[in-house]
Design a protein around this ligand. Structure first.
Ligand code: GLU
Length: 486
């Protein structure tokens, strides 16, 4: 593949959908792998359904996934930005050309007449294909002041062949295609026509898209022929299904890519998961972005639909999270903490330290916010009511004495780090004749509100002296309160 040119052509009537994102990714990976171009074209000719919010949402989704485009919105260039709504004058030039060359003809059939033709065909068990009534009528027969559409003078016999890179050779008999409408009676060109003009003028070499577009393809091939242009390579990718094997929809969970960003998935993990959803490379599941660029090919795009598997996505995310440097996690988690109401977080050593203690168990970024809540909360917000059973078990009057002693030791610690904290607190085990659990749990509950946290000494070290000591004092008070009723 020599410098291929691929395009992603979303219709902006919603957010960036999982399926669209995967199509875009396949195009982007091929372009990047082979030193080609990835072009973004906004197909906004349907003014009633296209919105600026949707365009912004789609661009946001692509940016989050790190799929940069070489031509298209926001990029300066001779043809950019590519919005179909701004290219009507270009389409008109090609309509004029087809008219001049006699490759399209006027059809004056009314909607009622067409419906009658369809009904008749159905009654006679024939496919409802336009019968060419106006194909050979001379201008002398054109009714004055009547609306007309322009139809392509398509081949009547023979077949139109699509050599699809995923589906193989597909043959469409021409008599089942008919003379497609190219221009509506109001002068607007039809979708298949503008797509072909754009793909032709943008020099698109490979059209990779969902196989829901396959039925458009023979019509598009006929238009290339009429324009004297060579069609690109087509690759129709099977759709994504939900776990119940029905087309992926809201019933199966979020279908917007950005919803996954908000839920704490990593962009690299989403890219990895989407790439594997419909493409394989031996048994390998985990890929960096660079590995995908190095390996992606159309030959290994599967013929059967990919099935969306949220558990696998979570697993892939956990793998990527484990290999993400802590500094990168800090940069990703800090804005989430702010969004969760914990205020702006300085990107300092303490934040890094805290994230480091949490990363062993986290599978998604939001878990740093929730599992580490005690780090971000004010002392008075630590909630001891979340696990009453543990409080009843560990926060006893006997534990008050232990916590009192622990507080004294903690006050005396000079350098607040894991090692010194361990050295300061371990002698209490012997003094009170206790095992580590008995010592650790009252302290852990005091500072976190729960009996589950990373290792005690690392937690205290990362929490810091300023938050630890007042919380141990709250713990002492709790131990002295009458036990909560079960
Ligand atoms: N605009 C079409 C869509 O959003 C894509 C058309 C194409 O890729 O040819 O489904």
């Amino acid at each position: 593949m020599d410098a291929p040119r691929l395009r992603f052509a979303p219709s902006p009537s919603g957010f960036l959908h999982i399926g669209g994102a995967r199509t875009a990714l396949f195009c982007w990976l091929l372009a990047r792998r082979h030193g080609g171009s990835f072009i973004l074209r906004v197909e906004d000719t349907d003014a009633a359904r296209s919105t600026d919010e949707s365009i912004a949402a789609i661009l946001d989704g692509l940016r989050w996934l790190g799929m940069d485009w070489d031509e298209g919105p926001d990029i300066d260039g001779p043809h950019a930005p590519y919005f179909q709504s701004r290219r009507k004058h270009i389409y008109q030039q090609y309509i004029d050309r087809l008219v001049q060359e006699g490759k399209v003809y006027r059809c004056y059939c009314t909607a009622e007449q067409l419906q009658a033709k369809r009904d008749k065909a159905m009654a006679e068990n024939r496919a409802p294909i336009y019968d060419g009534e106006w194909r050979d009528r001379p201008p002398s027969e054109w009714p004055a002041d009547q609306p007309f559409v322009l139809r392509l003078r398509a081949p009547v016999d023979g077949e139109t062949v699509v050599n699809d890179a995923v589906k193989g050779r597909i043959v469409f008999p021409n008599k089942e295609i008919g003379d497609q409408v190219v221009v509506r009676s109001n002068g607007d060109p039809l979708y298949n026509f503008v797509v072909v003009i754009d793909d032709m003028l943008m020099g698109i070499t490979h059209v990779v898209r969902g196989d829901d577009h396959l039925s458009n393809t023979p019509k598009q091939v006929q238009l290339y022929d009429a324009l004297g242009a060579t069609p690109p390579v087509f690759a129709h990718v099977p759709l994504i299904l939900g776990p119940d094997k029905k087309r992926l929809s809201k019933r199966h969970g979020a279908t917007s890519v950005m919803a996954y960003a908000e839920q704490g998935y990593l962009s690299d993990a989403m890219v990895n998961y989407l790439a594997r959803l419909g493409w394989s490379h031996g048994d390998q599941e985990i890929f960096t972005r660079e590995e995908l660029i190095g390996a992606f090919d159309l030959e290994h795009v599967g013929k059967s639909p990919g099935v969306w598997d949220p558990d696998k996505l979570l697993w892939v995310n956990a793998q990527h999270l484990a290999s993400t440097p802590t500094a990168d996690l800090v940069a990703l988690v800090a804005p989430m903490l702010e969004a969760a109401g914990y205020g702006p977080q300085p990107l300092d050593e303490q934040l890094t330290h805290r994230i480091d203690t949490l990363r062993g168990r986290a599978r998604r970024l939001d878990e740093f916010v929730t599992a580490g809540a005690f780090y971000w909360q004010a002392d008075e917000d630590v909630d001891y009511a979340q696990n009453p059973k543990a409080v009843r078990k560990f926060m006893t009057p006997e534990a008050a004495a232990l916590l009192q002693a622990a507080e004294e030791e903690l006050q005396a610690v000079q350098v607040w780090d894991e090692q010194s904290l361990e050295a300061a607190l371990t002698p209490l085990l012997e003094r009170f004749g206790l095992g580590m659990g008995k010592l650790a749990q009252p302290i852990r509950i005091s500072v976190t509100g729960t009996n589950v946290s990373p290792g005690l000494f690392e937690t205290l070290a990362a929490l810091g002296r300023a938050k630890t000591i007042p919380r141990v004092r709250r713990g002492i008070a709790l131990c002295n309160e009458p036990a909560p009723q079960p």
